[in-house]
Design a protein around this ligand. Sequence first.
Ligand code: CA
Ligand code: CA
Length: 81
Amino acid sequence: MTHSHLEGVEEIARAMFDLFDQDKSGEIQRFEMEETLGKFGVKVTPEEFDLLMSELDPNGDGKVTFEEFLELLHKHNFTGN
Ligand SMILES: [Ca+2]
Ligand SMILES: [Ca+2]
């Protein structure tokens, strides 16, 4: 069984997304982002955090959907395209 390149990327993105989405609500809220980064020992200043959220959450509703997450990966060429 062969996976297309895009399917592989979506699988990785989904796994990463699930890691952040601790309450499995289907969206990453700010507190989840903060907690998950903290768990990995990543320290960001409030300014850096705001910048990160504005990247991840372009429509500014305070939640990152899987679509927004995937779009960011594409934007930064993590997909290799
Ligand atoms: Ca959530
Ligand atoms: Ca959003």
